[in-house]
Write a protein that binds this ligand. Structure first.
Ligand code: ATP
Length: 199
């Protein structure tokens, strides 16, 4: 699996569309302080489905849309697309290349797309489960995360190993199934109450 291309438009400091092509080997992004280097990383985290605004260094999700400057007005929508080569079939899909897109409008509406087709956030998170490339995974390591791992904050070290070992997806499915069972129990109780009232 290899990052192939990142397209950003209206996200944070990027009012106009920028396209970053990732060639073979290491890609370095350099520039003066405040030019938007970290915003590039934020955009990758965001398109992968990040929901925590703190992880995006923002107070509100709306703040990730280009706010405008003295020279130009604010944008109404942020859009990021990430294209990934899946030639080794690490992602569970038949496509050799996939593009995930996330959009957020100022109205608060948002959408996710997989190869141009509207999908759910869950489809994107499921696609990247246990690949190490999820928004909160070890693919993006920032300074604070290194501290958390060293101090084992909130069991972070165990979570990292579970993701690498491919256990996370089963834990997630177990949690979802237990929730469904709980809901079904609650429904059954309600049915029993109704039956009791009728009798
Ligand atoms: P450093 O090297 O100091 O860490 P950097 O290159 O990583 O800096 P970023 O933190 O990526 O820089 O970008 C900061 C810039 O992004 C600031 O100038 C800030 O005003 C701008 N910015 C952040 N959010 C928005 C937004 N919604 N609209 C417009 N500009 C934004």
């Amino acid at each position: 699996m290899q990052l192939a291309k990142l397209e950003i438009k209206g996200f944070k400091s990027f009012a106009d569309k920028i396209v970053i092509n990732f060639d073979e080997g290491i890609t370095g992004i350099v520039g003066p302080n405040g030019c938007g280097k970290s915003n590039v990383v934020d955009s990758i985290r965001w398109v992968l489905g990040e929901q925590k605004t703190s992880a995006l260094r923002s107070e509100k999700m709306e703040n990730i849309i280009f706010n405008g400057t003295s020279a130009r007005g604010a944008q109404q929508m942020a859009e990021v697309s990430l294209t990934i080569n899946n030639t080794k079939n690490i992602l569970p899909t038949e496509y050799a290349q996939i593009t995930i897109t996330r959009r957020l409008y100022r109205s608060g509406e948002s959408e996710y797309l997989l190869n141009g087709v509207v999908c759910r956030l869950k489809d994107i998170t499921n696609l990247f489960l246990d690949t190490g490339v999820a928004s909160n995974s070890y693919a993006i390591i920032e300074l604070g995360m290194v501290d958390d791992l060293l101090n084992d904050k909130d069991n972070s070290r165990r979570m990292l190993f579970e993701e690498a070992a491919g256990i996370s997806k089963f834990k997630k499915r177990k949690k979802e199934t237990l929730k469904k069972l709980e809901d079904t129990d609650a429904d059954l109780e309600r049915v029993e109450d109704l039956l009791f009232e009728i009798e």
